[in-house]
Every structure is written in structure tokens, then in C-alpha cells.
Design a protein around this ligand. Structure first.
Ligand SMILES: Cc1cc2nc3c(=O)[nH]c(=O)nc-3n(C[C@H](O)[C@H](O)[C@H](O)COP(=O)(O)OP(=O)(O)OC[C@H]3O[C@@H](n4cnc5c(N)ncnc54)[C@H](O)[C@@H]3O)c2cc1C
Length: 156
């Protein structure tokens, strides 16, 4: 299979930097899975996420903070033979990691987290509206069991 496992931390972080969203999987107290797409920021081994304090994902996370995340970038179709469906595939670089979410409640730490999230998308600084910072729910996740993969026809 055209898979290369990426072990180098800088190369793993380069994939994370290039991703614009992640899928965050949770498990409710009945063992039922739930997954949502999330924007994020990354700094020093932690993923930073934000969202409305209400809703199903927050209900689950308050009861079970264990999550699994995945993200991918560099999508592109390759093929060896235009006529053969099984020769088609998709190039990608991706991450899968586990973690346990930690809620960020301190005001200044919330601002720091928002800056980290914004830096993932926009290379500038922002000022934040105090009520909005107080209202938003911020949480961070130390990524564990991180695996990074480069898959595709032309990875070698
Ligand atoms: C690219 C992308 C980035 C996003 N980034 C963020 C982010 O940074 N922070 C954030 O909070 N949210 C983000 N969202 C939205 C997120 O995926 C959830 O839809 C949202 O957080 C609501 O989740 P909830 O569990 O509170 O939903 P609830 O409002 O409690 O959902 C009720 C029901 O609606 C369904 N549902 C929930 N979300 C969706 C959906 N997106 N599409 C279809 N059905 C749905 C589920 O079946 C759920 O049971 C993003 C979505 C996308 C596509």
C-alpha cells in the first residue's frame, strides 16, 4: 500500500498546520458515538477548540471528556488507469489522535486560546469583545497516541 507513516514531530505538526478543520469523535454515556466537525488551533502538543456552551457535544463532553480526532489535507485523486475504478485513489496526509478535553475557564487563557485558534487561519492579531469571550466555551486537548500518515500513489 502507498502509505508512509510520519514519525518526525515537525512533519506531523506541518500536517496539522495545513489542516483547516478536524472531526472530533465522542462517546455518550450509553456508548453511542457522536462526531462533529470543528475548527481548531494548535500549539505545543495541544489542540484548542471553541464553541457554543450549549448543545449535544457539550452535554457529552461534560460527561465523558475522552475524544478522538482526525484531520486531513492534501486531497487529490490519483489513478493508474483511467478505465479501472480500482486504480483510483486519493492522496492525503492525515492525523489521528486521542485526548481528554480540559475546559479553559480563565479569561486571559481563553483569549490566548482564541488567538491560537485564529492563528491557524489568519496571520494577524485580534482584539476580543469581553462578553463574547465570557460566553464562548473553550477547551483544549493534549494530543496522545498521535499517528500521522502520508497516503497516495506518489508518496515514495
Ligand atoms: C468545517 C466546520 C467547522 C466547524 N467548526 C466548529 C467549531 O469550531 N466549533 C463549533 O462549536 N462548531 C463547529 N462546527 C459545527 C459543528 O460541527 C456542529 O454542527 C456544532 O458544533 C453543533 O454541535 P452540537 O452537538 O452542539 O449540535 P446540536 O445543535 O446539539 O445538534 C442537534 C443535532 O443536530 C445534528 N447536527 C449537529 N451538527 C450538525 C451538522 N454540522 N450537520 C448536520 N447535523 C448536525 C446532530 O444530529 C445533533 O444530534 C463546524 C462545522 C464545520 C462543517
Amino acid at each position: 500500500m502507498p502509505t508512509v507513516w510520519i514519525e518526525n514531530k515537525d512533519d506531523q505538526e506541518e500536517i496539522i498546520e495545513k489542516c483547516d478543520s478536524c472531526a472530533m469523535a465522542m462517546v455518550d454515556t450509553d456508548g453511542k458515538p457522536y462526531v462533529v466537525m470543528m475548527n481548531f488551533g494548535y500549539h505545543d502538543g495541544y489542540l484548542y477548540l471553541h464553541g457554543d456552551p450549549q448543545g449535544k457535544k457539550m452535554d457529552i463532553l461534560h460527561k465523558n471528556p475522552q475524544i478522538c480526532i482526525t484531520m486531513s489535507t492534501g486531497h487529490g485523486i490519483y489513478k493508474q488507469n483511467e478505465e479501472v475504478a480500482c486504480s483510483y485513489g486519493m492522496n492525503y496526509k492525515s492525523i489521528v489522535a486521542d485526548g481528554r478535553i480540559e475546559f479553559v475557564d480563565d479569561y486571559n487563557q481563553k483569549v490566548d486560546a482564541l488567538n491560537i485558534i485564529m492563528k491557524q487561519y489568519v496571520d494577524r492579531d485580534f482584539k476580543y469583545n469581553e462578553p463574547a469571550v465570557k460566553q464562548v466555551c473553550i477547551f483544549k486537548v493534549k494530543l496522545t497516541n498521535l499517528k500521522a500518515k502520508n497516503f497516495g500513489r506518489f508518496v515514495r
